[in-house]
Design a binder for this molecule. Structure first.
Ligand code: URA
Length: 210
């Protein structure tokens, strides 16, 4: 994947995203749509996973057939909204290892502070996909990628549902080597750091906490 930003314009993705943005969509429906759309985005972000071959017997004859190569994928959820994207990817790649990064924003410095970090072993040998539905300011995403790199990751991709231009710019500056896949590049951030037109607070909408 050579482009820093890939916007998946597939009609199914765009249709489901519109339903998710609609404020009348229920929590249960929002969660189901996020699960489905994540699978479609995961299809795109895993496109270049390396293959090798193995010899198998079909009922007809022996064949040399393609199979995924290398160490298992590492999927990393940026808490808490990233958790809504985990199962969708895990259904497609059931053998993936899973990690979690928890960050909160210090109200005085406005900088992200780590409160939880647990990553699979041997990150340096794995494709690492970090998931967070909303790439807003990019500060917590960039900090999460910093932590993954400190833990040894060298081949990282970032999967989100919506991206703001400000967040994409921040990530490009901090991590030009990390391609981003998203369903939409929205217009801007508002003064409170929400993506516009966006879909509101993704965590609240998927967990019904508002
Ligand atoms: N996080 C969200 O959940 N929504 C936004 O619009 C921005 C950040």
């Amino acid at each position: 994947m050579s482009d820093h930003l890939t916007v998946v314009d597939h009609p199914l993705v765009q249709h489901k995203l519109t339903l998710m943005r609609d404020k009348g969509t229920s929590t249960a429906e929002f969660r189901r749509l996020l699960h489905e759309i994540t699978q479609l985005l995961a299809y795109e972000i895993t496109r270049e996973m390396p293959l090798t071959t193995t010899t198998i017997d079909t009922p007809m004859e022996e064949m040399v057939a393609p199979i995924l190569a290398g160490k298992k994928l590492a999927l990393v959820s940026i808490l808490r909204a990233g958790n809504g994207m985990l199962d969708g990817v895990l259904e497609l790649v059931p053998s993936a290892r899973v990690g979690f990064v928890g960050l909160y924003r210090d109200e005085e410095t406005l900088q992200p502070v780590q409160y939880y970090f647990k990553a699979p072993k041997e990150l340096n040998d794995r494709l690492v996909i970090a998931v967070d539905p909303m790439l807003a300011t990019g500060n917590s995403s960039a900090a999460a990628i910093d932590l993954l790199k400190e833990a040894g990751a060298t081949n990282i991709r970032f999967l989100c549902l919506l991206a703001a231009p400000e967040g994409v710019a921040r990530m490009k500056e901090a991590h030009p080597d990390v391609p981003i896949v998203t369903a939409s590049l929205d217009r801007e951030l508002n003064e409170k750091g929400y993506i516009m037109p966006g879909l509101g607070d993704a965590g609240d909408r998927m967990f019904g906490t508002k």
